[in-house]
Write a protein that binds this ligand. Structure first.
Ligand code: SDX
Length: 474
């Protein structure tokens, strides 16, 4: 067991207690919906589809399984509680992407690549030219994926290589220069010819497979470095160089806060990254796969996943939960606040789920971890927030648990954990995206093996045979 796991055995104990509680509350009934023993499905298949594609089966997958009735989450056959207790985010990313737990050598090679891909100076330099402090952090994350795309592949130059004889080159080597000293009647500007021929030879060789493992690794590390840089730039500070000595989770906290986390903080961040890594065909994963199914590329696909995850009904809920708890302000206000929410038929952020009709196993882990952090902190505000959260959970479950099967989801406690780790609230959803890059890219790589462009139908309820009326007769 790694030193980190040893030093933080109490965290492992908390996770295994959550696992035991889950097993008691969700009887070990073998019936599993949306599962098939036959790995070679004969399409077309029957499924009952509701609005928002509820219940629709879009593909087969071996990557992850969510049992909504039981509240189970499985990655490549491993129970999420076991992965949180014994694994690391790097190992789980390898598992999701490659389909098996790595050997020590495989993990070392994978880690070295991830550490190497943390350095995205070209991207960081360009991001520093934006008003990041005025931008939605997920918007910056998306822009970052496009800069990483340009910097780590030569897709565009292969297809859109400028022809220098036709116009002035505008790449980074050419700068406006005067060929005559200032003051002349007219200065003659001449762009220095970039030595493109040389560069393009490297490009051809280096053309990176834009939808395979390399792009997945580059994005896994690159999106994390962008998130760290965004946090610093929003505080008006310079981005921090990634630290190759630190684990993925520790480096993410370090690049975001400027502080190297304690072993406990590192371990809890690592567990949170594992919990957020994959979750079946959720909206952002589906968006990522739809873009990849057109044979666009991994960078554009992950950019669309980031866009979908941003929504408050999806990954954006974690930040909304913290704002909501602060808005309630005091444990004595919970009842009245909730009653008002109900009267206005408004949804409570961090509760409910399209698939889970039981307690979200991820919340089963994040809740006790939040409690552990709170117990070991002297931050009065966090203690108050946590008490409000517990009271609200009690209230909502009492009212909606039995009747509508509405329970806390992954977003209800994740924000409290992140705020205990001094992560700014605008980074909560980007942190969700950082982790989900592993699930998104794993599912893209799996799907494009037997690709078919996604193209559902709409049920047409419009009119037919209308006669065209010229505008002056309307
Ligand atoms: C994530 O899909 C995934 O796996 C997503 C995710 C992942 O890992 O990728 O798990 C991450 O997105 C978690 C969800 C984060 N979102 C929130 O916490 C926002 C609040 N939750 C809701 O908006 C809602 O529960 C959804 C969007 C999550 C699910 O919505 P559905 O399946 O479309 O359910 P619905 O809106 O049709 O609601 C069904 C009923 C309604 O009541 P009736 O109209 O039938 O009387 O349940 C009620 C809803 O009003 N309801 C809620 C509620 N969520 C549903 N009532 C109060 N509070 C809520 N949060």
């Amino acid at each position: 067991m790694s030193d980190l796991l040893k030093q933080t055995e109490e965290i492992t104990k908390i996770i295994l207690e959550a696992k035991k509680k889950a097993q008691i509350e969700t009887k070990e009934d073998k019936s599993k919906d949306f599962v098939s023993n036959n790995t070679d499905i004969e399409w077309p298949i029957n499924c009952v589809v509701g609005p928002g594609l509820e219940g629709a089966i879009a593909c087969t997958s071996k990557i992850g399984y969510v049992n909504g009735a039981k509240g189970w989450l499985i990655y490549r056959g491993y129970d999420i509680f076991d992965l949180c207790a014994y694994s690391t985010f790097e190992e789980v990313s390898y598992l999701l992407i490659h389909g098996k737990l790595p050997t020590k050598d495989e993990l070392d090679i994978f880690n070295k690549k991830l550490i190497n891909y943390r350095d995205i100076n070209y991207t960081i330099k360009l991001l520093m030219g934006l008003n990041v402090e005025e931008m939605n952090t997920m918007a910056v994350l998306r822009i970052g994926t496009n800069f990483i795309r340009h910097d780590s592949t030569f897709i565009d130059s292969k297809y859109y290589k400028p022809d220098f004889n036709s116009h002035i080159s505008s790449d980074e080597d050419s700068i406006p220069m005067e060929t005559k000293p200032m003051g002349e009647k007219e200065a003659i500007y001449e762009f220095k010819k970039a030595d493109y021929q040389e560069k393009s030879k490297i490009m051809e060789k280096e053309l990176v497979d834009p939808i395979g493992y390399k792009s997945s690794y580059r994005l896994l590390s690159g999106v994390a470095s962008v998130a760290g840089a965004v946090a610093r730039l929003r505080q008006g500070k310079l981005p921090i160089e990634p630290n190759p000595e630190l684990s993925f989770a520790a480096n993410l906290i370090y690049m975001t806060t400027g502080k190297i986390p304690t072993p406990v903080e590192e371990r809890i961040m690592d567990v949170s990254l594992i919990l957020h890594a994959d979750h079946g065909m959720n909206a952002s994963t589906f968006a990522t796969m739809v873009v990849a199914s057109t044979l666009s590329d991994m960078y554009f696909a992950v950019g669309s996943g980031i866009a979908a995850l941003n929504g408050p009904l999806h990954g954006g809920a974690n930040a909304e939960v913290l704002k909501m708890l602060k808005e309630i302000g005091d444990i004595d206000n919970v009842e009245q606040w909730y009653e008002k929410k109900q009267q206005n038929k408004e949804k409570v952020m961090g509760f409910g789920h399209r698939v889970y009709k039981a307690y979200d196993p991820r919340a089963r882990v994040l809740g006790p971890l939040a409690e552990y952090l709170i117990q070991n902190s002297d931050n009065k505000e966090s203690k108050k927030i946590f008490k409000i959260a517990q009271k609200l959970e009690e209230q909502v479950i009492a009212h909606l648990g039995k009747e509508k099967k509405i329970f806390p989801n992954v977003d209800f406690y994740s924000g409290i954990v992140y705020s205990c780790l001094n992560i700014p609230v605008e980074l909560f959803t980007p942190f969700f995206a950082v982790s989900r890059v592993s699930g998104w890219t794993a599912r893209v790589i799996e799907y494009v093996q037997r690709n078919r462009i996604f193209r559902p139908r709409a049920l047409y309820i419009g009119e037919f045979d209308k006669e065209y009326v010229p505008i002056d007769k309307r």
